[in-house]
Every structure is written in structure tokens, then in C-alpha cells.
Ligand binder design. Structure first.
Ligand code: BF8
Ligand code: SF4
Length: 649
């Protein structure tokens, strides 16, 4: 193991108590973690501003970040071209990740409806009908299978459509869609958009940053309103639409006397199949015969959030805790599929003799055991994983230390549930939410989402930002790793209403909800888009998403996927703030374009701040500006009209 020169203080790394405890143990055990390397490997100052182009062998060409216009690349590319192209390629990569995942979900759906996949069925037929109706597919008097086949064909266009507009634009508010049409950015299929983004950002193609930005938006929209949205809808149809459920979060969910299996990644099929295997009577008996009290299935990161939302399965933590949990010595197997799997998990697992298993043909890791999951027969793979975990349990040889912390929260909100909870079954709809925004009890809505990053103190910005927002009566919607941070901090319980401003607290107490609503994994940001559309359609808050008193933030982002998400929120009309770092050169025309000018086209815009309090200030100021424009910025007293007033109406 490489020797770390200077160890960073644990209190500067994380605010998560369990991760703190495990970092300390790892140091005692001589195990290096990614936090240590983040401290040792200084971020490249050119790369951090995306000021280098290596798209051809005449370069790589490096710009002067202090004086961005004093030089151009060998081919003459300006700093604006270079930074915009790099940004576009990040969006293409992030979009590819979400849409490839969505396409895998769609293939699974096809397998289920054609009878080729027998281990899963359609769990939520009502959602299937709803999605079909939203896409104008005839449902009246038709068999579920017939509708499902039509839906499959329609949704496939999300990925493959060569021309025209993707199906899900039917959900976009009219005025927002009009703005996209005017700008020429309504997406075709994701494959086409990603291909065109890669083409246009190659050497010698699109060299006008404004024109490049159009393709950046179009590609990102093919993710948010395309690949990600289809992934969410299909997962709900196959595995059930989430409804609020009490969950346990943090490393205390690991049990000393049970066979602990961590499932980490992004494809719900792996965890859903693991649940089937873990319930198998033969495997359960095998686990008990091995001397354990049973099989303890635990999720991490996004697929963990998927099953946490749907089934209340325990969750051990977010991206920055995936190595730390292995340091407990109590993990018998960690099994992974795609995305956000740090390669060094393999090495850390090896240090503790944990079985480390890859399951997806797309993502193998040197040294890991590969047991491929075949969607036609997923439990053959997951049964084998459990058998391996049992054998590791029998030969446990490392000292075990499990942090005791377990937080509880209510998660599993969906845009359907938000509609139901505020209106009740009698008058379900978004009217109560809109009314409460108009009357000022709720100032606005914020999406706080995304990763943790070892270059930013784990969880700190997520928690501080959200505390500021709810204190200011802003209802917070969450997806991705941010949710683990907020759950650990106790903010996803109805009791957290006591930390909210008076108005928001009143609404939360009346409805019995937390002021911070967990909506699932990162692809489930699409739920926020649908909720925003419903708010516009319901009325009283403007005609397009850009009119809503809403803002988004990814305070500790690290993945290219986060940039794709940020861009589709911006293109949809949302002011989106990123924290800690932003991959552009400051003081350039491209920066001005995406941080200021886009707003004038009925889009949102980007914002940046390096601490949570400034992030909150930016978001609140934007929400106030939108309230002002809507003419609802004055907190009105509720006055009952007198009979005289009524007569004069
Ligand atoms: O997709 S929030 S660290 S796990 S990228 Fe990754 Fe970021 Fe977590 Fe899920 Ni999303
Ligand atoms: Fe340099 Fe232009 Fe080649 Fe980029 S495309 S590496 S700027 S010569």
C-alpha cells in the first residue's frame, strides 16, 4: 500500500460520524482511502478550469487561465470553443450513462411483457396506463399487454429516434416547449444527440460557443426528459411506484451476527434480484447453518436509494462512505453493477477479505470476481453471490468494528405521491402546493441533489444548505447521494419541521410530511421535472418552468452525470447552483452565456458558490425574484370577504 505523506485531519474530511470512525480505523489498519489520495493528488489547475484541449495531435493545447484571450490553440480554437466543447463532452458522457441505464431498463421491460423474463412482472399496472395515456396511447378497453407493447415501441424512440421530437416532450409545459422549439433544441433520440454532440465537439467542427451550447442543451434534455425519465417510469412499472416508507440509514445497519451484503451501483434489477435470492428458504437455511442470524441486504448510493424508496431496505451511506463501510470488516460481500464504483473498492475489499463481485458486462474491475447477471435469469447470479458471502462469513478473520449510528427518516416520495398527499384522495392535485406558494406559506421549491466529493467535506454543504433553505420556508426535494446526508442529519423526519420557517412548518405539520422529501436515485430527478410541469399546468405560478419560484443545487458534485443533470435543469428553466468547483474558465464569453444570457431565452441559468450559505443566498434571491415577477412576493393576510365585498364582485 502506497505510503501517504501527510495525513489530512479527519474532521476536515467528513461530518459523517461513522465515516470518521472508519477512516480512523483504516489508518490504524494501514489501509489507504480515496480521501487520502484527494489530499495527496492536487487537482490540476488547468484541468479544473477545463482549459486544455486534447481533441487532436496538433495539441494538446493549454490556455492561459489568468488571461484567457491571450492565446488560441494550434488550430485557432478560442478559449470559448475549447471550454464549451469540453463542457459538451461532459454532458454527452453524463447523458450516455443515464440513457444507457434507461435503455437497459427498457430492455428488461420488453423481456417481461414478451414473457422472456419470468422473474419479474408488472407491479404497477396503473402507472403503466398513466404513462401510456400521457403519451396518447389508447388504453380504453385494451389488454394490459397490448398497451404495454405499444408503450415499449413508443419509449424506444427516446433512444433511437432519428428525427422529430422524443415522446416525453408531451409532458413539457407548452411555453417551455415553445422556447425549445424557437432555439432548435427539442431533443431527438439520445443516441442521435450524443453522437452529434461528440461530432460537433471534435477538432474543426462547431467553433461557435453559442451554437455549441444549443447542442449541449439538446443533449442534456434527451437525458432529463428522455433516458432518465423513461428509466424512472419503467422502474416504477416493474418494481412499484414508491410511497413514503420509514427507512434506516448509516453504518449501524451492518450487523455483527448476520451475513452482510452491500449492493452498490445504479441498476435496480441487481438489488431486486438480490431480494428474491435473500428470501429463498434454502439460502436462508444455509445462512443459519453457517452460524449467522440471517442475510442482511444493504444498499448504497443510487440503487440503494431505489430499493430504499420502494421497499424500505436499509442503506449504509453515500458515495464517500463506500470504502469506509468495508473497513468495518463485517461486510461479507460487496456486489456492484455500473456507475460511481471506485476502482479502489476492490483493493479495500481485498484488505478485509470481503468478496468483491462485479455483475454487469459493461463494468468489470481488475481482480474482482465477475458473476454476470443475465436479465432472463437474474437469480442464478444473485444466488451465487449469497453463497459466496456465506462462505466468507464462515471464515471471518478480521477484527470487526461497526459504528453504532442509525438514522431514521421517511423517504420514497414520488411526483404522484406529492400530488396525493397535498390534496388527499378526495381532491388530489397540485392546487394545495401552488396555493401555499401563492399565499407565501411556502416561499418556493428547491431540488438539492447529487454527489459527495472527497475534495469537499462530506455531507457538510448538503446539510447546511438544506437547513438554510427550509428555515426560509423553501420545500426541498432530493435525489441521489444528498439524501443520505440529510437522512443522517435527521432532516427527513416529520419532526424536522421544527427547523423550518413558520409557514413551511405549518404545511408540514398539517400534512404530516418532512420539509425534505427524498425522491430516489439520480435518474429520478425526472420526478422533479414532472412535478414542476404539473405545478405550471395547475396554474397561478406562470406559464413556463422558468416562471416558477424554484431553484436547484448540487453542492458537492463530482460526476459528469451531475453536469448533464444541471444542464437539463437549466435548459428546462431552473436556476441551478453548483458548489465547490465548476469546469469552465472564469471571465470568458462562454461563462457569461451559461451563467447569465440563457435566462433571457426563457431558460434557467447556472450559478456557482463555494460555500453552502452563499449557495442558499443565491437560490433564495432567485426564488424571491420569481415571486416578485409573479406578483406574489407580499405575504398576504388571509381575509374573508364580507358580504358587501361579495356583492360588489
Ligand atoms: O447517480 S449522486 S455519487 S451514486 S453520480 Fe454517483 Fe453522484 Fe451518488 Fe448515483 Ni448520482
Ligand atoms: Fe489544439 Fe485545436 Fe487540436 Fe484542440 S483541436 S488540441 S485546440 S489544435
Amino acid at each position: 500500500m502506497a505510503k501517504v505523506k501527510e495525513l489530512i485531519k479527519v474532521e476536515d474530511i467528513t461530518t459523517c460520524d461513522s465515516t470518521t470512525e472508519m477512516i480512523t480505523k483504516a489508518r490504524k489498519d494501514g489501509v489507504e482511502l480515496f480521501f487520502d489520495r484527494a489530499n495527496e493528488i492536487k487537482a490540476c489547475p488547468i484541468g479544473v478550469q477545463s482549459a486544455c484541449c486534447k481533441h487532436c495531435a496538433m495539441g494538446p493545447c493549454r490556455m492561459n487561465t489568468n488571461n484567457p484571450y491571450d492565446r488560441v490553440g494550434v488550430c485557432g480554437a478560442t478559449v470559448d470553443t475549447i471550454v464549451a466543447r469540453n463542457f459538451g463532452r461532459m454532458v454527452a458522457a453524463g447523458t450516455a450513462a443515464h440513457t444507457d441505464h434507461g435503455m437497459a431498463m427498457l430492455e428488461l421491460f420488453k423481456g417481461v411483457i414478451t414473457g422472456k423474463v419470468k422473474d419479474f412482472t408488472i407491479k404497477d399496472p396503473q402507472k403503466l396506463y398513466e404513462v401510456a395515456e400521457a403519451l396518447d396511447i389508447e388504453t380504453e378497453g385494451r389488454e394490459l399487454k397490448e398497451v404495454a407493447l405499444d408503450l415499449y415501441k413508443e419509449l424506444e424512440l427516446t433512444y433511437t429516434q432519428v428525427d422529430g421530437e422524443i415522446p416525453m416532450v408531451k409532458r413539457v409545459p407548452e411555453k417551455t416547449l415553445e422556447s425549445w422549439r424557437k432555439e432548435g433544441i427539442v431533443p431527438r433520440g439520445a443516441m442521435r444527440e450524443i453522437m452529434e454532440m461528440m461530432h460537433r465537439s471534435a477538432m474543426g467542427v462547431d467553433q461557435d460557443y453559442e451554437n455549441i451550447t444549443k447542442q449541449i442543451s439538446r443533449t442534456a434534455l434527451a437525458d432529463g426528459w428522455g433516458g432518465s425519465m423513461v428509466s424512472t417510469d419503467i422502474s416504477d412499472i416493474l418494481f412499484g411506484t414508491p410511497a413514503p416508507v420509514e427507512v434506516e440509514m448509516d453504518m449501524g445497519v451492518v450487523k455483527d451476527d448476520q451475513i452482510n451484503i452491500i449492493v452498490h451501483g445504479h441498476e435496480p434489477i441487481l438489488l431486486e434480484a438480490m431480494m428474491v435470492s435473500a428470501a429463498d428458504p434454502d439460502l436462508k437455511r444455509l445462512a443459519v447453518d453457517a452460524g449467522s442470524k440471517g442475510i442482511n441486504l444493504i444498499g448504497m448510493c443510487c440503487s440503494g436509494l431505489d430499493v430504499l424508496s420502494r421497499h424500505g431496505l436499509p442503506h449504509a451511506g453515500n458515495f464517500s462512505s463506500t470504502e469506509a463501510v468495508l473497513v468495518t470488516g463485517a461486510i461479507d460481500a460487496m456486489t456492484v453493477d455500473v456507475q460511481c464504483i471506485k476502482q479502489d473498492l476492490m483493493k479495500v475489499a481485498e484488505c478485509y477479505d470481503t468478496q468483491f463481485i462485479t455483475t454487469n458486462y459493461r463494468a468489470k474491475i481488475e481482480g474482482a470476481t465477475h458473476i454476470e447477471l443475465d436479465e432472463h435469469d437474474p437469480t442464478t447470479c444473485t444466488d451465487e453471490i449469497i453463497v459466496k458471502a456465506i462462505s466468507r462469513f464462515k471464515t471471518r478473520s478480521h477484527s470487526i468494528q461497526i459504528p453504532k449510528n442509525v438514522a431514521r427518516g421517511i423517504h420514497g416520495f414520488s411526483h404522484e405521491y406529492i400530488k396525493y398527499m397535498l390534496g388527499g384522495s378526495f381532491r388530489s392535485g397540485y392546487e394545495p402546493l401552488n396555493e401555499n406558494i401563492i399565499n407565501g406559506r411556502i416561499k418556493g421549491v428547491a431540488g438539492v441533489v447529487g454527489c459527495t466529493n472527497p475534495r469537499s467535506k462530506q455531507d457538510f454543504s448538503h446539510v447546511e444548505l438544506v437547513k438554510e433553505l427550509i428555515k426560509n420556508d423553501i420545500l426541498v426535494l432530493q435525489t441521489g447521494c444528498s439524501q443520505s446526508a440529510l437522512c443522517k442529519a435527521g432532516l427527513t423526519t416529520p419532526g424536522a419541521a421544527s427547523l423550518a420557517g413558520e409557514g413551511l412548518a405549518e404545511v408540514c405539520e398539517t400534512v404530516g410530511i418532512p420539509p425534505v422529501l427524498g425522491l430516489g436515485a439520480c435518474v429520478d430527478n425526472s420526478r422533479i421535472l414532472v412535478a414542476a410541469s404539473e405545478m405550471v399546468r395547475t396554474g397561478g405560478l406562470g406559464d413556463s418552468i422558468a416562471d416558477l419560484p424554484a431553484a436547484g443545487c448540487a453542492p458537492e458534485w463530482m460526476s459528469e452525470k451531475a453536469i448533464a443533470i444541471g444542464q437539463y435543469f437549466v435548459a428546462s428553466g431552473v436556476f441551478t447552483v453548483f458548489g465547490h468547483t465548476f469546469p469552465i474558465v472564469q471571465g470568458t464569453n462562454f461563462e457569461k452565456h451559461i451563467f447569465e444570457e440563457l435566462e433571457s431565452k426563457d431558460f434557467g441559468k447556472w450559478g456557482f458558490a463555494d460555500n453552502p450559505y452563499d449557495m442558499a443566498r443565491l437560490m433564495i434571491a432567485h426564488i424571491d425574484k420569481k415571486r416578485e415577477a409573479l406578483g406574489i412576493n407580499i405575504k398576504k393576510e388571509r381575509v374573508l370577504a364580507s358580504m358587501e365585498d361579495r356583492r360588489s364582485l
